[in-house]
Design a protein around this ligand. Structure first.
Ligand code: AKB
Length: 314
């Protein structure tokens, strides 16, 4: 496949794995990784890497011209928990970066855009179980507000200017290669690290807080499936609901205990509890399954085995 891709925010949890996957599909030289700094050494050394501040339109445009970019994956964002500490910074980063990329596509400087949305677009008035694709959305976090507004703008740019923008509402993503940062669902990654290191974990959510989650492999497969689908199959241009599994801290702890019998979990909910309480516990993703054949592969026991195996040999 010949397509030149730029990933903005490539050093992050999803961005890094997306970079590796897209390089395996399109070839190393056709996928340019970019981020604010050189901190993710493994990624920086794995292929072409550019320094890009997602809030700087000129540097994105220059990079697109330099490398003849067709498609941008905009993975830079401030997530839910950090966004509550820095509301205006979250608003500025999440909205400005999206407008920069949408405007490049509107000006025909690039052909296609991927932009991640999140289950954070939903709020306390949304139906909590099997949350439908189209439903009440009254998010209470700054992150959720930016994602909901972003979805409206994506649909608008597609409708008014013909921009080929595609998006997924990611649930919490579990992965072992790169740590997540600043999210409410981060506990579901931290717990595996602590289980291996200390055999115990103090969870910042209460034991019965069910949230939609997904293994990184499934999230990457979904992203590639959406981005390679024929344009006419992508009927939703705001963002697709995407579901993997749902579990509580108690359930993930029990799955870990099957592998590490003396693992212990304690609970000390903090400000993130309120965020988690405002989000759905499970998601209906019929549209993604019908429109571009989405299907998840990993269940909780499969994730747990894979996480512990990979983290212990890291
Ligand atoms: C977060 O917890 O903020 C993110 C998300 C669900 O979008 N992982």
């Amino acid at each position: 496949m010949s397509e030149k891709i730029l990933i903005i925010g490539a050093a992050g949890q999803i961005g890094s794995e997306l970079t590796y996957k897209l390089r395996s599909i399109y070839g190393k030289d056709n996928v340019i990784a970019s981020d604010l700094n050189y901190n993710n050494i493994e990624l920086v050394n794995s292929g072409t890497f550019e320094i890009i501040d997602a809030m700087d339109y000129a540097s994105i445009k220059i990079c697109c011209e330099k490398h003849n970019i067709d498609t941008i994956y905009l993975m830079a964002a401030m997530l839910s928990a950090t966004g509550e500490k820095y509301p205006m910074k979250a608003w500025d980063l999440n909205m400005q970066s999206l407008f920069h990329v949408l405007n490049l596509a509107k000006a025909k400087a690039i052909k296609k855009v991927f932009w991640p949305s999140s289950i954070a677009v939903f709020g306390p008035t949304t139906p909590t179980t099997d949350t439908p694709q189209h439903t009440i959305m009254e998010p209470t976090t700054v992150y959720g507000i930016t994602k909901q507004v972003g979805e409206r703008w994506c649909e608008y740019y597609n409708d008014k200017y013909g921009v080929d923008v595609r998006s997924i509402r990611y649930p919490g993503i579990i992965s072992w290669k790169t740590l997540p940062g600043g999210g409410t669902t981060d506990y579901a990654v931290e717990i595996y690290h602590e289980a291996l290191k200390n055999k115990n974990y103090e969870c910042f959510l209460s034991e019965d807080t069910a949230l939609p989650m997904m293994y990184m492999d499934d999230a990457i497969d979904a992203t590639v499936a959406l981005m390679t689908a024929n344009a006419e199959k992508v009927k939703i241009r705001s963002s697709y609901n995407l579901s993997g599994i749902s579990f509580t801290p108690k359930e993930i702890a029990n799955a870990i205990k099957k592998e590490i019998p003396d693992f212990e979990i304690t609970y000390k909910p903090d400000f993130r509890q309120q965020i988690a309480d405002s989000w759905p516990s499970s998601i209906d993703d019929t549209s993604a399954r019908e429109d571009w054949n989405w299907k998840h592969k990993f269940d909780l026991d499969g994730i747990t085995k894979d996480m512990l195996k990979n983290l212990s040999s890291k």
